[in-house]
Ligand binder design. Sequence first.
Ligand code: AMP
Length: 344
Amino acid sequence: MRLGILGGGQLGRMLALAAAPLGVRCTVVDASPDACAGHVAELIVASPDDPAALDRLAATCDAVTAEWENVPAAALERLARDVPTWPPAEAFAIAQDRVREKDLFGDLGIAVAPWRVVATLDELEQAVAAIGCSAFLKTRGGGYDGKGQARIAVPEDVGSAWRSIGGAPSILEGAVEFARELSVIAARATDGSTVVYPLTENVHRDGILRTSTAPAPGLTAELQARGEGIARVILDRLAYVGVLAVELFETTAGELIANEFAPRVHNSGHWTIDGAGCSQFSNHVRAVLGLPLGAVEPVRPTVMTNLIGDVPALADLAANPGRIHLYGKAARPGRKVGHVNVVG
Ligand code: AMP
């Protein structure tokens, strides 16, 4: 079998690495000739929405998926006419627009922080008056790893926040006083069967994930059930196939508030490569190819630490007791270049 993947970053690379033991080969599409997934899969150098590249995937692959969240929904719709293409285009269209994403959460009864649509500086000022000035201004689309975001702490921040996001269509979101950040990662197969990994506790700095601990310390069956419930209603509403991640805030009162979802494998699920019976990458490959899903129970508690910016020397890493995953990417400030899983 052959799986097509739109986007050739580390997520595509880890999908291809998980596909190999299933006897599945991968073709990735990425505009960069040095895309790191291309080190372990066939690489088509083209924009992931290039019509000729899409036609080639449709002609040569048994299924197509995406690891690049901003892949245009139209490209996925075009592919879906000719080849099974998962997750559904609608999931990407919604995740690419924070307004549609909040509306979906609202429709499904999932709690979110107070928020307002902001299209002008005037509307931003009105939104701050309504929500309060402890808030985040976030562009509707195109943000990742804290980019396209500005923190507002005092009224004087409003003008600089608006300028820093370039006056782009945005939302203002009230800051959540969270006790901790959690995420839930789930996979849904073509027959609708669903598996959910134990909730993971995540620590971010400067908007970038630093560590994930799974299962989340102190995880109770009740908290797991609430997190699972959030993932399941989204999966079912979207008739979803593949892995979905939902980022959550847990408040001091124990309430779960949804931040955003990702229609793809997720950084907070990288622990599953070494810490769970079947990794999120293997389960995503299985789901989109119409295969049965694998076990999600943790084999042992696991901590994942991202390697950010510098690429450590292998000689230094080799002494690390953790399992090492380097992505073959060049060093660059703020860039995710690998991760280490410490199991047990
Ligand atoms: P995002 O890109 O929306 O996932 O935001 C990146 C990180 O910024 C989150 O993981 C939080 O650490 C922080 N953050 C974003 N939105 C809020 C919020 N409404 N309240 C508190 N912290 C937030």
